[in-house]
Design a binder for this molecule. Structure first.
Ligand code: SF4
Length: 504
């Protein structure tokens, strides 16, 4: 079987999904090749001759090999300015690819002027005309040769992000034309979200043989008639992927110690809306997996992919460190109120925690069911700073229970804790399709298309997206303490590279 990770996603670490599937297939004696066509395709476009008409583009094209090398060089991460120049120039080179066909390609995203990944008709059109995809010059040979080598049996696509959808379907269209008999399987986070939407009907029949929702190992092994598919768990196997080629200063080891979320209550979150179950790897086993993978891969950083790292896993890592620095998403829970616990995390290698604080207003947090007490959040942030762990704080504006007064309290809280916040992510609230709250506020189409993940809603207090944007741009981002935190964020790769810059 051939497993494909399609463009475009951040090309800084190997894809965990196909690494886990590879491991599951290998354990059952099934020959399998994992291809990161995202990384390969982006490197191809970067190094492909482009017509550059202005001075900046010509310089960016001339320096592209140097900039690729600099993103793999740890010393580049000593200077955010140098790093920013390299990634901005690389993004410029990519923007030259596919322009004549209406594409805007970037290091971490892609858009087409007319086609949308939210419309099945556009995905089918991408499949009908694969030659119109900007990555076609690369995948038309690479993909077909790989399928030929695998014996034209089965090809699986790991489709996790909207930015991967149009290219995935272009590749599927090419395969259908060239190898009509090959079985095509489509899974990954985005496919799971589609399939868990209320009223889902498969619009891809005839093109895709099997769609898989949720963790793919069991269903894929079932498809391959292996028998014990559901009974086992598999640690990822990255050995087939080109670890030295990623755009990072050393290997990043992604590891998922759970699917779903142990909290699973936040009213705005797709996890409860999609009814995803929380399935953890037993913490001691996860710590043992990580130690083994660190021995084998010698990573410079572990990326824990869990929606929220459980307190039990944190404790297991503190007791039994993996042997490499690590970061990931955590909830602001009681355990972070204990400075000694935070120090034990730092000793275990924790460089940065991503924290979904969302709001600096207690009423908003309560109505979201975040389970966060602001007085405790304040202590947790200061404990992390004192322990030497950077906090990457996520804020959410425009939720149904927030209006300007509450947003201003978020500003006050953030500015008041600026010395304990290393990085900030500011997001506008989106109402997930199927969220408990959605009906209450009157839904309306948010994006055109039959595959939306979010729905529009009427804000009960008129705090709509326009007003929120005005507040963020006119006030929030301009606050000197907040502006200084926002300037720390690595462009394009953001939290994926932030730990390399982390100075708590
Ligand atoms: S803690 Fe995070 S993943 Fe879990 S329900 Fe809340 S927002 Fe979703």
């Amino acid at each position: 079987m051939l497993l494909i990770f399609p463009p475009v996603a951040k090309p800084c670490e190997p894809p965990a999904g196909i690494a886990k599937l590879s491991s599951a297939l290998a354990a059952h004696g099934i020959a399998c090749t994992a291809l990161d066509l995202n990384l390969e395709g982006l490197l191809f476009l970067l190094q492909h001759p482009h017509t550059a008409s202005d001075t900046w583009s010509r310089r960016a094209v001339r320096n592209v090999s140097k900039n690729i090398a600099s993103l793999r060089d740890p010393t580049t991460y000593h200077s955010l300015d140098r790093y920013s120049r390299a990634v901005t120039d690389m993004n410029k080179v990519l923007s030259l690819a596919g322009r004549t066909l209406g594409w805007s390609v970037g290091l971490t995203d892609i858009q087409h002027e007319h086609r949308s990944p939210l419309r099945s008709a556009d995905l089918l059109a991408a499949a009908e005309h694969p030659e119109q995809d900007p990555f076609y010059p690369y995948f038309r040979t690479r993909l077909l040769e790989a399928v030929e080598q695998q014996g034209r049996a089965m090809v699986g696509f790991s489709l996790n992000y909207l930015n991967q959808a149009l290219c995935s379907f272009a590749m599927i269209g090419l395969l259908r034309k060239e190898f009509p008999g090959v079985k095509i399987v489509l899974g990954g986070g985005l496919v799971s979200s589609w399939m868990k939407r209320p009223g889902w009907r498969d619009p891809f029949g005839g093109l895709v043989d099997h769609l898989i929702a949720g963790p793919g190992e069991g269903p894929l092994l079932d498809l391959l008639d292996t028998g014990d598919a559901q009974a086992r768990r598999f640690a990822p196997d990255y050995s087939g992927l080109p670890l030295s080629e990623y755009l990072s200063p050393g290997t990043i080891l992604p590891y998922s110690a759970s699917s779903g979320c142990f909290w699973n209550k936040c009213s705005f979150c797709p996890e409860p809306a999609e009814g995803n179950l929380y399935i953890p790897v037993p913490p001691r086993e996860a710590a043992a997996d990580l130690r083994r993978l660190v021995r084998e891969m010698k990573p410079s950083l572990i990326h824990l992919l869990d929606n929220s790292i459980s307190p039990a896993l944190m404790a297991a890592l503190a007791d039994d460190p993996a042997g490499a620095p690590w970061y990931g998403f955590a909830r602001i829970g009681k355990e972070l109120l204990d400075i000694e616990f935070c120090r034990s995390l730092e000793r275990s290698g924790c460089r940065m925690l991503k924290l979904g604080l969302e709001s600096g207003d207690q009423g908003v947090l309560d109505r979201m069911e975040k389970g966060i007490d602001l007085a405790e959040a304040s202590i947790a942030l200061r404990n992390l700073r004192n322990a030497g762990i950077a906090a990457y704080v996520y804020l959410l504006f425009g939720s149904p229970s927030e209006a300007e007064a509450e947003a201003r309290r978020t500003l006050e809280f953030t500015a008041g804790h600026a010395d304990a916040i290393s990085f900030l992510n500011l997001a506008l609230f989106n109402m997930p399709v199927g969220a408990r709250e959605a009906e209450r506020y009157g839904t309306e189409p948010f994006y055109e298309g039959d595959l939306p993940l979010y729905t529009g809603f009427r804000h009960p207090r008129g705090w709509d997206r326009k007003a929120v944007r005005r507040f963020l741009d006119g006030e929030f981002r301009r606050h000197p303490a907040i502006a200084s935190i926002l300037r720390n964020d690595p462009p394009y790769f953001t939290s994926n590279h932030a730990a390399f810059f982390a100075r708590p």
